[in-house]
Design a protein around this ligand. Structure first.
Ligand SMILES: Nc1ncnc2c1ncn2[C@@H]1O[C@H](COP(=O)(O)OP(=O)(O)OP(=O)(O)O)[C@@H](O)[C@H]1O
Length: 350
C-alpha cells in the first residue's frame, strides 16, 4: 500500500493534506470572518489589531506569515484577511512559481490592496524569492529583458498589496524573507474542545444532527486538526445515514470510526502497526528505523514521515540516538504490559 503521497492516498482518513473531496466541500465549511474562526486566540487577537489598525489608517495591511501544520486553517485565515480588508484575493503556491517571470506576471497584475496568498512559500525557487524581497519592501520589481550581456533590467512599479505567506516550517525560510513580514502567526494544533466547536459548526452547515457526545467522540480522534475533524464528520455522517437513524450519537461515532480503523486517540492502522511491532517484536525498543520499517512491511520514509510525527507528538514514541523507543503511554494505549527486569527493559521501563 502506498501511504507516502497523502494528497492522493484515499485510504488515509486521518491524513492532514487535502484530498479531492476535502477541496470540494471545504469552501462551504470555511469560516468567513475572524469571529467565526474557532480557536487560535493569540493569532486571532493579534491579527485583529493589525487589520483594524490598517483599516483605520486607510492603508494596505502589513505582509503576514502564517506557519503551522497542514489543515490548521492557513488558507482560511488568508481569505478572512482579504474579506476583513474588503480586498480581492489571489491564491498561488511556491511550487507553482518556478521562474521569477511567473512571479513578475502575478505581481504586475495585482490590484491595489489585493491579498496575494502564497502557500508553501518555502518551496519557491531562489530567483523568484529574491524578486519577492524587493516587491515586498519597495513594491517594485526589476523585469529582466533579453539575455546575456545585452540583458537590461526594467523597473516596474507595483500597487501596494498584502502578501500572506504560508509555510509548514517557518524555520526553513531564509531570514531576509522572514524579516520582511510585518506579522508572523504560529498556528497551534487545536484542543478537543475547540475541535468540538468546529464539528458542531460544520454539522450545522451540512445539516447533520449530532449530539454533544458524538462531536466529542469525533474531536478526540481528529489529531488536533480541523481538516481531519471535518473529514471524520463526513464519514460518520455516512455511517449514521446507512447504519443508524441519521443522528450522530457517541455510539454511532465510535462504531463508524472503528469501521475506518481510527482508534480512540486518532491512530490509524499504519500508526498502530508501527507501535505494535515496536512493542511486541522489539520489547519497546530501542530499535533502528530500518528494522522497524521492515517489520511492518513499509518503506523507511513512510514510517519516518507518515507515522512517526503524530506518534512522537502524542508522546507514544521517542526518537533516540540508539533507535526508536516506546514510552509507557504506548504500552498503556495498546493494553500491553512492558517487560519486567527479567525481560528486555526499555528505556522508560523502571
Ligand atoms: N479555526 C477554524 N475554525 C473552523 N474551521 C476551520 C478552522 N481552521 C480550519 N478550518 C477548516 O479546516 C479546513 C482546512 O483549513 P485550511 O484549508 O485553511 O487549512 P490550511 O492550513 O490552509 O491547510 P494546507 O496547508 O493543507 O493548505 C477548512 O475547510 C476549514 O473549514
Amino acid at each position: 500500500m502506498n501511504w507516502d503521497d497523502e494528497s492522493t492516498n484515499p485510504t488515509r482518513v486521518v491524513g492532514p493534506a487535502a484530498d479531492g473531496e476535502d477541496r470540494a466541500v471545504e469552501a462551504a465549511l470555511r469560516p468567513k470572518d475572524l469571529g467565526e474562526f474557532v480557536g487560535q486566540e493569540r493569532v486571532r487577537t493579534q491579527l485583529d489589531l493589525v487589520l483594524k489598525a490598517a483599516r483605520a489608517r486607510g492603508a494596505t495591511a502589513d505582509h503576514v506569515l502564517l506557519s503551522g501544520a497542514p489543515g490548521l486553517g492557513k488558507t482560511t485565515l488568508s481569505m478572512i484577511i482579504a474579506a476583513e480588508m474588503g480586498a480581492p484575493i489571489r491564491i498561488t503556491s511556491g511550487p507553482a512559481i518556478q521562474h521569477a517571470g511567473d512571479l513578475a506576471a502575478i505581481l504586475s497584475s495585482l490590484a491595489e490592496g489585493e491579498v496575494l496568498f502564497l502557500d508553501e512559500i518555502h518551496r519557491m525557487s531562489r530567483p523568484a524569492e529574491e524578486m519577492l524581497y524587493m516587491a515586498m519592501e519597495d513594491f517594485r520589481v526589476d523585469v529582466v529583458v533579453g539575455k546575456g550581456p545585452g540583458a537590461t533590467a526594467i523597473p516596474l512599479e507595483l500597487p501596494p498589496f498584502t502578501l500572506v505567506g504560508a509555510t509548514t516550517r517557518a524555520g526553513l525560510l531564509p531570514p531576509p524573507l522572514r524579516d520582511r513580514f510585518g506579522f508572523t502567526g504560529h498556528m497551534e494544533f487545536y484542543s478537543p474542545a475547540e475541535l468540538e466547536r468546529v464539528i458542531h459548526r460544520s454539522a450545522r452547515l451540512l445539516e447533520v444532527d449530532i449530539a454533544d457526545q458524538g462531536a466529542a467522540e469525533i474531536a478526540g480522534r481528529s489529531r488536533g486538526t480541523p481538516r481531519i475533524a471535518n473529514r471524520l464528520l463526513r464519514r460518520v455522517r455516512d455511517y449514521a445515514q446507512v447504519r443508524a437513524d441519521g443522528v450522530i450519537t457517541r455510539e454511532v461515532a465510535a462504531r463508524a470510526l472503528e469501521v475506518y480503523e481510527v482508534d480512540a486517540r486518532g491512530l490509524d492502522r499504519l500508526d498502530r502497526a508501527v507501535l505494535t511491532a515496536l512493542l511486541t517484536l522489539f520489547g519497546g525498543g530501542p530499535v533502528g528505523l530500518s528494522t522497524l520499517a521492515v517489520a511492518v512491511g513499509e518503506e523507511r520514509e513512510t514510517v519516518e514521515e507518515v507515522a512517526e510525527p503524530f506518534l512522537v507528538r502524542e508522546g507514544l514514541l521517542a526518537r533516540t540516538p540508539r533507535g526508536r523507543v516506546a514510552t509507557p503511554a504506548a504500552w498503556a494505549h495498546l493494553g500491553l504490559t512492558p517487560p519486567t527486569a527479567s525481560g528486555q527493559p526499555g528505556l522508560f521501563a523502571e
